[in-house]
Design a protein around this ligand. Sequence first.
Ligand SMILES: Nc1ncnc2c1ncn2[C@@H]1O[C@H](COP(=O)(O)OP(=O)(O)OP(=O)(O)O)[C@@H](O)[C@H]1O
Ligand SMILES: [Mg+2]
Length: 247
Amino acid sequence: MGGREILVVENVWKRFGGIVALAGVSIEVREGERLAIIGPNGSGKTTLFNVITGYVKPDRGRVSFDGQDITGKKPHQIARLGIARTFQIVKPFANLTVEENVVVAALSRNRSVEEARRHALHVLELVGLYDKRNVRAAMLNLAEKKRLELAKALALNPRLLLLDEVAAGLRPSEIKELKKLLYKINSEGVTIVMVEHVLRAVSGFAERVVVLHHGSKLAEGRPEDIAKDPRVVDAYLGSLASQLLEV
Ligand SMILES: Nc1ncnc2c1ncn2[C@@H]1O[C@H](COP(=O)(O)OP(=O)(O)OP(=O)(O)O)[C@@H](O)[C@H]1O
Ligand SMILES: [Mg+2]
């Protein structure tokens, strides 16, 4: 698990009215790593991604990417630095084709439409949607929409990819395929942080797991240690713990 720290989140706090969504979270991610963030509904996982990617401004704390302080920067500035994310609720432009959706994303990183199109087709090939490139996004099934969401993120050529529940709603065979794809992306040098409830998507993929609970870090460690950590089992995993160990 070598590599230097690519992302450092230090003591981040975020309150929404009376709700403390993040209560002093600190996380470090090493370059090339595959990290999973798990935890109950409302434990602050998506808020953490929103803070990292500039959609939500933290009340306190600091986020650094590749040694640079990015706290409070705008989403497009952060994306340009090399952080891409997927959204928990996938929202492609329904009336555009699959290819057009990815070209729109790619345009933010490429100088010409032609260049963006070439890059988009390359990414569609990678995620297995090349044959569907002329289909309207609205016509895709859920697994395909998730892949499109991934393609839009990859179109930004990220060094760090944040995935918010990409496996939710997928069948076991689709999850297997997704993991293969994520492995491939990771092996090409992209650091991956996944937020997941689907433990089968985490097991055999994540090298390290962080558990959030009520906006705080409850535990972090190797999946096999997290699965038998009594605090994690009590607060969240219960009888599902063994799923973290399946491959
Ligand atoms: N924009 C917002 N305005 C008000 N409250 C918010 C906002 N975003 C998140 N929250 C609240 O902050 C808490 C953490 O939410 P968050 O979406 O980060 O949780 P999560 O761990 O991603 O949950 P889930 O697993 O259900 O996706 C929740 O109580 C949520 O209702
Ligand atoms: Mg969420």
